[in-house]
Design a protein around this ligand. Structure first.
Ligand SMILES: *Cc1c(COP(=O)(O)O)cnc(C)c1O
Length: 341
């Protein structure tokens, strides 16, 4: 397979169109077979449900080239399942899980020339999504939907090494109790844009959101879950019904327990105890795990002992182990890697 002539080491995290994308349509109560197309554009009615009432959900995942030259995706069955949960919450017809995985395989195979080679730091980002496409003017779910998958090569999230991030405790809320914080819906991102633009304008990299009911517990950032490491090396992640269940976070917790032999806890994490942790990281598909060096709460600073120059030792080990699994350098747990070729 001849790879595209792309400067893999220097691409950023942006959209580069690839050759093929997958499209399936839901009409008259059923999904069609779907298939690949070359057309990256979508033509829809001006009154489409997604345009008027934001009826859309998505997923994010990656394909990797392993050390021995195979192409794999990481736990796509969990993305398939999460998208079913997201769709149900927005009254959309779930896209069948086996067909989801098949659509991912077809899309990656058709764009094999865009899967960055091993060792470049780049990966193929995969974006499955679905939306209401027929005209909807009274507030109700659409009757027709489209499911699509496109892929785009992306560079390493961290250019020139991993620098710890500075976060601020946001005055805005991300998710309401019994709301939509636990699903991957575009609407959660639309309303977070003002908060992130404000955080950036104030010199911060990301927001830390607290639970909106009591503002005492740590939830997550706009697009990544938290992991903390205690001074006696227990890995702690917030438990909450209003955070998005990150597949990276779930995988890192498994790696911590079963590969590194660490104690792990998923529990309420009060903001008051954050100052006592030794390390803090943000996890998600894009960055795997990014170290946090500092959190600022209305002028009051929490500085983690790991500092602003490098990751703490436990987060570094977690990152190396998980990326080792994804790149085929370390044996993966049963079913974690889906081989495309
Ligand atoms: C996608 C997402 C994450 C990360 O989930 P992964 O499955 O690890 O990529 C975390 N938080 C939010 C709000 C997200 O949308």
């Amino acid at each position: 397979m001849e790879k595209k002539n792309i400067d893999w080491e220097n691409i950023g995290f942006g959209y580069i169109p690839t050759d093929k994308r997958f499209v399936a349509n839901y009409k008259d109560g059923a999904w069609d077979e779907g298939g690949l197309t070359e057309d990256p554009n979508i033509v829809m009615n001006e009154c489409a449900g997604v345009l008027q009432y934001a009826q859309t959900v998505f997923e994010g995942m990656k394909a990797y080239t392993t050390e021995d030259g195979h192409i794999v995706t990481f736990r796509p069955d969990l993305n398939a399942k999460r998208m079913v949960d997201s769709a149900k919450r927005l009254e959309m017809p779930p896209f069948p899980e086996d067909k989801f995985v098949d659509a991912i395989v077809q899309t990656v195979k058709a764009n094999e020339a865009y899967v960055p080679p091993y060792g470049t730091g780049a990966t193929l980002y995969i974006r499955p999504y679905m939306f209401g496409i027929n005209p909807v003017i009274g507030v109700k779910p659409a009757t027709d939907y489209q499911f699509r998958v496109f892929a785009t090569p992306v560079g390493p999230y961290f250019k020139g090494g991993v620098k710890p991030l500075t976060l601020c405790v946001s005055d805005f809320d991300r998710a309401a109790p019994h709301g939509t914080g636990h699903i991957k819906a575009g609407l959660n991102y639309a309303m977070s844009l003002h908060a992130i633009v404000t955080a950036h304008a104030n010199g911060f990299d990301e927001n830390m959101y607290l639970d909106s009911a009591t503002r005492t517990k740590v939830e997550e950032t706009g697009g990544a879950n938290f992991l903390f490491v205690t001074k006696d090396n227990t890995v702690v992640t917030p438990h909450s019904t209003t955070i998005l269940p990150s597949i990276t976070r779930r995988s890192l917790m498994y790696v911590a327990e079963h590969y590194l032999g660490l104690k792990v806890e998923e529990r309420d994490v009060y903001f008051d105890e954050v100052k006592d942790f030794a390390e803090c990281g943000l996890c998600g598909t894009a960055a795997v795990i990014s170290p946090v060096g500092k959190i600022v709460n209305h002028g009051e600073e929490i500085c983690f002992p790991s500092g602003m120059e490098q990751m703490g030792p436990t987060i570094a080990k977690l990152r190396d182990t998980l990326t080792g699994i994804q790149m085929g350098r370390i044996e993966a747990p049963e079913g974690w890697l889906k081989y495309i070729d």
